[in-house]
Design a protein around this ligand. Structure first.
Ligand code: 4NP
Length: 144
């Protein structure tokens, strides 16, 4: 799960998807395309929204996307088009490229829908992001 800062959207995406999967069988992680917040805990507003829905994300620490993530993971979900193109820049071959998709493409294929960056907004933006990611993750697990 990849966003820009790895403190708002992708920490929620990671935790929501992992909560729906057997951790013995599926490894879910998240990162950002930027280095802005490396090592930091998720944004307090993401922590609170997750807690409200019964998920603890306080242990997460922000990391930056790296080329070896193409080898580690089978699926790479970008939150928005900017994240998508920044990940694609790192791809070494068609196999890498084929692993990357906009997460909302699982809900509405090829519409280019994005999970909006809630960083500069209010709490409602975080709830909105949570609901979008929860629906997307339900579809992801139904296809695994
Ligand atoms: P995220 O949100 O990409 O969902 O983690 C953001 C977090 C921080 C910044 C931008 C977006 N920032 O500019 O610091």
């Amino acid at each position: 799960m990849v966003c820009l800062g790895n403190i708002c959207r992708s920490p929620l995406a990671e935790a929501i998807l992992q909560s729906k999967l057997d951790p013995e069988k599926f490894q879910v992680d998240s990162c950002g395309t930027s280095n802005y917040h490396i090592g930091k805990k998720p944004d307090i507003r993401s922590i609170e929204i997750a807690r409200k829905h019964g998920i603890d994300i306080t242990h997460q620490k922000a990391a930056q996307f790296k080329v070896s993530d193409f080898d580690t993971y089978d699926f790479i979900y970008a939150m928005d088009a900017s994240n998508y193109s920044n990940i694609i820049k790192y791809s070494r071959n068609n196999q890498d490229t084929s692993k990357v998709q906009l997460i909302l493409d699982v809900v509405a294929p090829n519409k280019g829908l994005e999970v909006p960056d809630p960083y500069y907004g209010g709490e409602q933006g975080f709830e909105n992001v949570y609901q979008m990611l929860d629906s997307a993750c339900d579809l992801i697990i139904s296809k695994l």
